[in-house]
Design a protein around this ligand. Structure first.
Ligand code: ADP
Ligand code: ASP
Ligand code: MG
Length: 440
């Protein structure tokens, strides 16, 4: 069986919902994972923020506007009178729940419950729409099987067992629809897999059922060789290895949640990226095969903080790095890049929530310098560290100030740390000289 995930844009308009129906209605049994309609999760987060700032009127205003827009969509999508009323009743219940939330005191748990409504709405609507179109579909509630553990990792053993039971009890159907993104935490409270998490839901389910393939249907024809939000003329890549896809997703290629390939790589379950608006386009196939052809793609990750830890006396001493790493471990902050010299070590983090505490502890034995507003630009391709093109990098980027460089950590990745103000220029130059064959 295959798992097909459709993102926010794919379920964000009547025309695209019709496309989704055409794509999935091929007579094959499948699991369909849906995101919230595009824009909905952002509005739900904004509503939670209003509640946190005790601005209930602003929250209610947003809730009313969103409610109206759902009514318009339902009237266009669900023309069957009985189903139209059933969906409207469900949607009204959801919006009444949101209004009730505005009378409550903000908590993280309240926010998680609010943002979960987006996927609950889209899946209920889509399931009813398929019924109207005479397609045999069944809803599998994600909260009945999707759970993360105390380290916020998916609890695969539990998910495998519970999904099998929910699936069995659902009876025979052609399409099994479930919510992306949402889950329960180890205490049974509603939680989620972080923004963009529906991709992750799809591969977690893919791993749980050992799917034939996981397909991520989105608004672009696969993984492009550079970030299309900042660079013109980017091109789709037909094949990527799990390693390459993981690097690109982790280092900022928004098309995939950073953890997307993690659950499926051990079982070598292929992941295919496809465009809902252009289903005939080839897309990108991610497998364990390595196809060697130099630098394949570039991605960039923002909001990076660089920390320079300087200590002439202690760096040569063994145990110094251990002492440094232990501090980051205590504050559950992972390090992305690291470079060392005789007198200092520089490293980067993207989660700066505990920066103050980390710096206070490091200052006990070192001098610290902090650079905020940094971006990691990551170049990916099989064995690129050995590739001829790679040697051009410094020449191409001669007018960009490179703060750190990571080369040789893996054969497939070279990362550069630059000021975020230089990001668009850097991505553009790399694109021209590496992919558009502009000569130096
Ligand atoms: P969905 O809502 O379907 O999950 P996303 O917005 O999360 O879609 O991801 C698709 C978007 O990712 C594209 O529209 C594109 O702007 C952005 N993107 C960033 N980097 C890349 C890349 N390297 N290749 C393709 N898309 C990318
Ligand atoms: N709806 C969630 C978000 O906007 C999850 C997803 O779209 O993947 O982040
Ligand atoms: Mg996404």
């Amino acid at each position: 069986m295959k798992v097909l995930k459709f993102g926010g844009t794919s379920v964000g308009s009547i025309e695209n919902i019709h496309n989704v129906k055409t794509i999935i209605d091929d007579g094959e049994k499948k699991v369909v994972v849906l995101s919230a309609m595009s824009g909905t999760t952002n509005i739900l987060v904004a509503i939670a923020n209003d509640i946190a700032e005790t601005l209930p009127n602003e929250a209610i205003d947003k809730i009313n506007k969103l409610h109206e827009s759902y009514y318009t969509t339902i009237n266009q999508l669900i023309t069957d009178k009985y189903l139209n009323e059933k969906v409207k009743n469900y949607v009204t219940e959801v919006f009444n729940f949101l209004v009730d939330c505005t009378y409550k005191t903000y908590s993280e748990s309240l926010e998680n419950n609010i943002v979960a409504q987006g996927e609950l709405l889209s899946t209920f609507m889509f399931n009813s729409y398929l019924k109207q179109e005479g397609i045999k579909s069944t809803l599998l509630p994600a909260l009945d099987f999707m759970r993360i553990d105390n380290s916020k990792e998916p609890d695969i053993a539990y998910i495998k067992k519970e999904f099998a039971s929910v699936f069995r009890n659902a009876g025979d159907s052609e399409i099994y629809i479930t919510q992306g993104f949402i889950c329960l935490d180890a205490d049974g409270e509603v939680s989620n897999l972080q923004r963009g998490g529906s991709d992750y839901t799809a591969t977690i389910i893919g791993a749980a059922i050992v799917a034939d393939e996981v397909q991520i249907w989105t608004d672009i024809d696969g993984m492009h060789n550079n970030d299309p939000r900042y660079v013109e003329n980017t091109k789709p890549i037909s094949n990527l290895s799990f390693d390459e896809a993981a690097e690109l997703a982790y280092f900022g290629a928004k098309i995939l949640h950073p953890q997307t390939v993690t659950p499926v790589r051990a079982d070598n379950i292929p992941v295919r990226l496809k465009n809902t608006m252009n289903p005939n386009a080839l897309g990108t196939l991610i497998t364990s095969d390595h196809i060697e052809n130099g630098i394949k793609a570039i991605a960039a990750k923002d909001n990076i903080t660089a920390i320079k830890i300087k200590s002439a006396r202690m760096l040569q001493a063994h145990g110094f790095l251990k002492k440094v790493f232990e501090i980051f471990e205590v504050y559950e902050t992972s390090i992305d890049m690291i470079t060392t010299s005789e007198v200092a070590v520089s490293l980067t983090i993207d989660d700066d929530r505990n920066l103050e505490n980390i710096v206070t502890e490091l200052e006990q034995f070192a001098l610290i310098e902090i650079d905020k507003n940094q971006s990691i630009v990551c170049l990916v391709g099989h064995s690129i560290v050995n590739h001829q093109e790679t040697y051009k990098l410094f020449q191409i980027l001669q007018d960009v100030k490179i703060r750190m460089i990571s080369y040789g950590g893996s054969k497939n990745n070279i990362s550069l740390l630059i000021n975020s103000n230089d990001k668009i220029k850097t991505l553009g130059k790399l694109n021209d000289y590496l992919f558009e064959l502009v000569t130096l």
